[in-house]
Design a protein around this ligand. Structure first.
Ligand SMILES: NC(=O)c1ccc[n+]([C@@H]2O[C@H](COP(=O)([O-])OP(=O)(O)OC[C@H]3O[C@@H](n4cnc5c(N)ncnc54)[C@H](OP(=O)(O)O)[C@@H]3O)[C@@H](O)[C@H]2O)c1
Length: 174
């Protein structure tokens, strides 16, 4: 579960915890992750493991997967939720901010899915939940890269869903 220290990610993590799943919570802010993990573990009697990770960094997904493996944990359901959006004209915008949206919203999402997908397909079980946005449905002037990044998430998810047909692996896009 990425982006599990704040916002929508905390609520999605809670939904899984309510259903009895053990959860791995990833984001950059370790203290916030610990607070969420402690609360969910106490409330639902599940194991919640916080793992700090910067998924905007190139290779951040692999680093997170390595940390998960080092703890002897596996991922049955991957939730790609971490993401951000910045508004403003493309002209004059900060390149690092624009590219950072692609790195987090798309690149890390693909990286993590690419890591966990083969095992899910081989085991004929598991799932991927990708958090997009209604921004996925149309271009967004003055928020062009965010909207485009979410269109990518929706398109990728729909294609994966088709590839997973008949395998038992579920793909959802929020
Ligand atoms: N809120 C909305 O209205 C809305 C609408 C449609 C779609 N969405 C999508 O829903 C998702 C969650 O949004 P939100 O509103 O809940 O956002 P949020 O409150 O800003 O939370 C974002 C989460 O992602 C984590 N994150 C940010 N940068 C990260 C990085 N580089 N590496 C790892 N984790 C990182 C944050 O934790 P740290 O800062 O601790 O890393 C936090 O846990 C996003 O993909 C967003 O695009 C949101």
């Amino acid at each position: 579960m990425t982006g599990a220290s704040a916002g929508i990610g905390v609520d999605i993590a809670e939904c899984f915890a309510q259903d009895g799943y053990n959860v791995i919570l990833a984001a950059r802010t370790e203290s916030a992750l610990r607070d969420v993990a402690d609360r969910l573990a106490k409330a639902y009697g599940i194991t919640a493991t916080p793992i700090p990770a910067d998924l905007g960094a190139i290779g951040g997904g692999q680093k997170l997967a390595d940390a998960i493996a080092q703890k002897g944990l596996t991922v049955d359901v991957l939730v790609n939720n971490a993401g951000y959006g910045r508004a403003g004209a493309f002209n004059g915008s900060d390149a690092a901010t624009q590219l950072g949206m692609i790195d987090l919203n798309d690149r890390a999402l693909v990286e993590l899915t690419h890591i966990y997908w083969p095992r899910m397909i081989a085991n004929r079980r598991g799932g991927v939940l990708n958090v997009a946005s209604t921004a996925a449905f149309q271009p967004g002037p003055l928020m062009a890269i965010y909207y485009a990044s979410k269109a990518f998430v929706l398109s990728f998810s729909e294609a994966l869903w088709e590839e997973a047909r008949g395998t038992g692996v579920k793909v959802s896009c929020l």
